[in-house]
Design a protein around this ligand. Structure first.
Ligand code: TIU
Length: 223
């Protein structure tokens, strides 16, 4: 389209189409970012993730200012855990398993305090919130139908964690034909080296999964 905005990105310019782009903010929920949630129960140092909150909030603000759609996801399970495979609940040696009581309510259960998106990234009226039982945002959700209904063909990704729910969702989107762009400052992992590796593998081979860019590059290009 002649209205396409080239975003300086890797492995080359991302041809952003303002009429077909949406931001997908993955799992910026207390479960992963605050102590006492699912992320901490797995033995992770959750403080690393808090550092990206201002960048994610800024990115959300940019999309809102442009009038471009913002979609939020939450990883969660039904209170009866009927959507939680036993393999997921039983994996590893967590301090508390999915569904167990924790300081922010039952671990990774829909509607519990820990499942809420943190205030700085909270959805506003009109923004879709996708509850997902898996790591990928498309698995057992209505995301694909929602995107089709709104003519969205490009997805800008942010959120946590880079190599788990963000990368899985980006790969699911890539296989479905969406052009995907991951904003570097707006995603984080519990493992610094996994973030670095994920960014590298996404944009390798000519953008085998998609593109990566910096937040200032995106802001400057679209403002
Ligand atoms: N454990 C971990 O790194 N992530 C998750 O379990 N879920 C998301 O990435 N949201």
């Amino acid at each position: 389209s002649i209205l396409m905005i080239p975003i300086p990105a890797d492995p080359g310019p991302f041809p952003l189409d303002p009429a077909a782009v949406a931001l997908v903010v993955i799992d910026m929920q207390r479960d992963f970012i605050e102590p006492g949630g699912f992320g901490a129960s797995l033995g992770n140092d959750v403080t690393r993730l808090g550092a990206i909150v201002p960048a994610v909030a800024e990115l959300i603000g940019l999309f809102r200012a442009k009038g471009w759609p913002v979609i939020h996801t939450r990883e969660s399970h039904l209170p009866d855990l009927s959507d939680c495979p036993p393999a997921k609940r039983l994996r590893g040696k967590p301090a508390a398993r999915i569904g167990d009581p924790g300081p922010m309510g039952r671990i990774l259960v829909r509607g519990e305090p820990g499942n809420a998106i943190i205030d700085a990234c909270a959805p506003i009226a009109g923004e879709a919130v996708i509850d997902k039982p898996g790591k990928g945002a498309f698995y057992k959700t209505n995301l694909e139908a929602l995107l089709a209904q709104n003519g969205i063909r490009q997805l800008v990704f942010a959120g946590v964690t880079t190599e788990v729910c963000v990368q899985t969702s980006m790969r699911e989107a890539n296989d479905r034909g969406y052009d995907c762009l991951l904003v570097e400052e707006a995603t984080e992992s519990y493992f610094a080296e996994f973030k670095t590796a994920t960014l590298a593998m996404i944009r390798a081979q000519g953008g085998i999964v998609g593109w990566t860019c910096t937040l200032p590059a995106l802001e400057t290009a679209v403002t």
